[in-house]
Design a protein around this ligand. Structure first.
Ligand code: IDC
Length: 460
């Protein structure tokens, strides 16, 4: 009913009327805002804000609105430059959406935090003109517990069994999925539409959430990044996908540099997500320039922090030489086999970039896989720079090997970064189409064709 009345009010204004029989007089409607809470969880939410310009065309705009209580904060927004001062939130156009014709729309969104309840904002204005259109929305989608039709629904809580990853029926499985790019740069690529495509079209089992620690990442805003990671965990869960929480250390290469941050971060995400079945923790992306004993020491300090809060989750430990099992440092898996991390239910990360890492790396993986539980938490079809020509032959050899060994994997990246490792063409994430073949890069097309084939998830 509310929707209907505001719809009528909007029409009346277009017709030049300022009052509507049976409803209070309303000011001229220069714009309409559809505010939708698309997802909500303890302390956090994601909102879509669709702005429709009902006045004269504008070039350059700012949307403002008022949060109902000071505890509600915009953590991270997209498709506009977001800022907040007290309870007033501003979203200013980006270059590509600065023009709004009459009837034109801009689709914005943000991730927010709240304390207490989470009422909707009010007093929307566009360039100072009140948007008296509907601000109603829909309730967040229910969390489906599909019990069979999705990767998490079928496999449930995972655990390590021998050298394999096993499902709730203690049967070895392989998860195949995608990694985000750095979430500090590509948040526009992770929304309901893109994750629907990942779950439904790609039939991905897994979303790896690459949370850089440096490079404008976690260290710049621990609370904000923690909450964004949690929201992506929920978005994966709502679609029956596993979420791999990647503490994306890269430079500096010694994970001990970030030990305190890791403890703080993992204590928080493990406590918050302990009851979920879809979370896997990856404690250090790519140790480099550092010995295995230093990595092992780091792992043995971070793992107990996670276990204290979330005792049954699988944890993945990065390996020496950019998670090459030491090969890129002239070593190999024997340093791990001879001196494993003192913990159970853990796996070791192996990463490759198909155009750079070939037969000698494959030989190592084939041999190591008989002794160590391995998880390819990141790989590229291209060179280790993330760019260059896609190597189809090497990628195919790698993926055939991983399929045969039931080694799980995540591809770098589910993003529209301007580099050949990205699955989408540049600009894709400014739109809403993540499904048609036209948005895929050469790498995206190859990887989608591999990931979307039927899974082999034994039930019982
Ligand atoms: C690359 C990104 C690139 C970014 C760079 C530095 O593709 O856009 O500028 O990181 O942050 C890795 C890392 C991963 C790299 C990727 C490609 O885990 O962060 O991403 N790569 O270089 N290891 C081997 C390759």
């Amino acid at each position: 009913m509310k929707r209907l009345l505001s719809g009528l009010a909007t029409c009346a204004t277009v017709l030049g009327l300022t009052t509507l029989a049976g409803s209070p007089a309303e000011a001229a409607t220069g714009c309409k805002v559809d505010y939708t809470i698309t997802n909500q969880w303890q302390g956090g939410f994601q909102a879509g804000v669709k702005v429709t310009n009902l006045g004269a065309p504008v070039t350059g705009w700012t949307l403002k609105f008022t949060m109902p209580d000071a505890g509600q904060k915009v953590v991270q927004g997209w498709n506009a430059t977001w800022s907040q001062s007290g309870s007033t939130v501003s979203a200013a156009n980006l270059d590509w959406n600065r023009t709004l014709s009459t009837g034109g729309t801009a689709d914005l969104g943000f991730m927010g935090s709240f304390t207490g309840s989470n009422p909707k904002p009010s007093a929307f204005t566009l360039n100072g003109v009140a948007c008296t259109g509907d601000v109603g929305g829909e309730e967040p989608p229910p969390n489906p517990d599909p019990g069979g039709s999705t990767p998490v629904g079928t496999n449930g809580q995972l655990h390590v069994c021998g050298v394999n990853l096993c499902n709730q029926y203690n049967r070895p499985i392989q998860l195949r999925g995608m990694s985000t790019h750095g979430i500090q740069w590509f948040s526009k690529c992770y929304n309901n539409a893109s994750l629907d495509a990942l779950a439904k079209d790609w039939k991905s089992d897994l979303l790896r959430i690459a949370m850089y620690v440096q490079e404008q990442g976690y260290e710049t805003d621990p609370a904000g990044f923690t909450s964004r990671v949690n929201s992506y965990v929920d978005m994966a869960e709502a679609r029956g996908m596993y979420a791999l929480i990647d503490f994306h250390t890269l430079t500096p290469g010694d994970p001990n540099y970030n030990l305190d941050r890791a403890k703080t971060f993992f204590a928080s995400v493990a406590a918050r997500n302990a009851a979920k079945k879809n979370v896997i923790y990856e404690i250090a992306n790519e140790p480099n320039g550092v010995s295995w004993t230093a990595i092992k020491s780091y792992a043995e300090q971070v793992i107990p922090v996670i276990r204290a809060a979330d005792p049954d989750a699988v944890i993945i430990v990065g390996t020496r030489g950019w998670s090459s099992l030491g090969v890129s440092d002239g070593s190999n898996e024997s340093e791990i086999v001879n001196n494993p991390v003192n913990a159970t239910n853990i796996m070791y990360a192996f990463h490759f970039y198909a155009a750079s890492h070939k037969d000698n790396y494959r030989t190592t993986v084939s041999r190591a896989a008989t002794q160590l539980p391995l998880f390819v938490t990141e790989f590229g079809t291209v060179s280790a720079t993330g760019g260059g020509t896609m190597d189809r032959t090497s990628t195919t050899a790698w993926l055939d090997l991983l399929d045969q060994l039931k080694i799980s994997y995540a591809n770098w990246t589910y993003s529209d970064a301007n580099e050949s490792s990205a699955a989408f063409r540049p600009g894709t994430c400014n739109g809403t189409d993540y499904s048609s073949s036209g948005v895929l890069t050469e790498s995206g097309a190859l990887i989608k064709s591999r990931i979307s084939t039927a899974d082999n998830f034994p039930a019982g």
